[in-house]
Design a protein around this ligand. Structure first.
Ligand SMILES: *[C@@H]1O[C@H](CO)[C@@H](O)[C@H](O)[C@H]1NC(C)=O
Ligand SMILES: *[C@@H]1O[C@H](CO)[C@@H](O)[C@H](O)[C@H]1NC(C)=O
Length: 385
């Protein structure tokens, strides 16, 4: 069989750009300006509601065995799961938590086409989203005799930078390739969530690249330094809750969670615990930094498809997402973790739960319940455009 996946490229590209052109109007957020310097683009609570809901889509694994039937079929299923969850839960933001694609099954240099399919449900609905990398997104092609590609042909993996440039070009993307000083680590950035009137930052989402694929699997000392500097600059008194997202669980997960295949007992909350944690290779201190900040409420990871629990760890919670895609290993019911920030007159509540593809909701948990001064001006931003 010849390289049918590659021959589709031009047609697919035209489709991509027709779609992008059709979705030009930009969203209700804005860019955070501090001391005249643009530091990050934020999203806002909608006027009419005091809640902001984030969907976490983890481990979609689009693009598997494109030369076969089951790969494209499971992608159709993954799009159906995403579409159902988006229309049923109507989130304000989507986090694509890594392994959007299985690059080791993609023989041609066009992984952006599969990336576009993966984030398509958010793009189509104009829902703001951000993406981080997992270990499969830029993994090298593993030769398969059925792929139509010769064993001696050069591997042409689409790089993290190329994937991120494409993601950032999509109209509702809030992703960023992060500081150049952190290269080859790419998806390191933050997205503030502002009040509907734009005068206050209610919460800040941090995204980190936990490596894998073309890189080793860890969060480096340089990434930790970037996080520490950024967090202390924009939230110096730790008054704003922070949520942290990356793909591969840190080693701390192995110390906080239930033993593999054992029942999930309080204070942990979850519905599946069917495998061993596959953590990062090493730990350079990110957990010390996070546990040292009272403002960090939770870390969310994917990677392990058979785990979906949250467990307390010092001052914060360590949570798994839920396998959302039909791609990748495992046949657990697909679903997504949601995180909802509820702004009440004197309290700020952060809740999480998992919604499955059949609409059932499991594993509800309150991650934070803080007293807040009503309408204090945060010193974070002099203005939000
Ligand atoms: C697609 O989803 C259906 C259930 O909705 C399942 O029976 C089928 O096996 C899935 N196909 C693939 C290729 O995953
Ligand atoms: C934790 O905070 C204390 C006091 O604020 C500081 O001295 C210490 O260096 C911090 N540790 C880490 C790992 O950031």
């Amino acid at each position: 069989m010849m390289r049918s996946g590659c021959r589709m490229s031009l047609v697919m590209w035209i489709r991509v750009w027709v779609m992008v052109a059709a979705v030009v109007d930009v969203l209700g957020g804005g860019c955070l300006i501090a001391a005249g310097m643009e530091v990050g683009c934020g999203v806002r609570f909608k006027d009419e509601v005091a809640s902001f809901k984030v969907a976490i889509f983890a481990d979609l694994h689009y693009g598997e065995n494109a030369w076969d039937e089951w790969g494209p079929r499971q992608d159709v299923n993954s799009t159906a799961v995403q579409s159902f969850l988006l229309d049923h839960e109507r989130p304000d933001f989507v986090v694509y938590l890594g392994d959007l694609i299985t690059a080791n099954n993609l023989p041609c240099h066009d992984a952006v086409l599969h990336w576009f399919q993966a984030v398509g449900p958010a793009v189509d609905r104009k829902i703001p989203f951000a993406s981080v990398f997992g270990n499969h997104d830029d993994a090298s092609f593993e030769w398969d005799p059925h792929s139509g590609v010769g064993p001696d042909e050069p591997l042409q993996t689409t790089s993290r930078t190329e994937l991120m440039d494409f993601d950032m070009s999509l109209p509702s993307s809030y992703s960023s390739s992060g500081p150049k000083t952190l290269l080859p680590s790419v998806s390191n950035f933050f997205v503030p969530i502002a009040s509907s009137d734009g005068t206050r930052i209610v919460a800040i989402m941090y995204f980190l690249d936990s490596g894998g694929g073309s890189m080793a699997e860890f969060i480096s000392a340089d990434q930790i330094a970037w996080f520490t500097t950024t967090a202390s600059k924009f939230n110096s008194d730790a008054s704003i809750p922070e949520l942290v997202f990356w793909h591969i669980p840190s080693i701390a997960y192995t110390r906080s969670g239930p033993k593999p295949n054992q029942p999930i007992e309080a204070p942990c909350v979850g519905s599946i615990n069917d495998e061993s944690i596959a953590p990062q290779e090493t730990e350079w201190g990110i957990m010390n930094v996070l546990t040292n900040r009272s403002s960090v409420k939770a870390v969310f990871v994917g990677h392990n498809h058979g785990l979906d629990w949250c467990c307390p760890y010092n001052n914060l919670h360590l949570c798994f997402a839920r396998h959302t895609g039909y791609g990748g290993y495992g046949k657990w019911k697909r679903g997504a973790r949601f995180v909802e920030i509820l702004q009440e007159p004197t309290t700020l509540q952060i809740r999480t739960s998992v919604t499955l593809e059949d609409g059932s909701v499991v594993s509800e948990l309150i991650l934070a319940l803080d007293k807040v001064e009503p309408y204090i001006q945060q010193n974070v931003a002099s203005s939000i455009l």
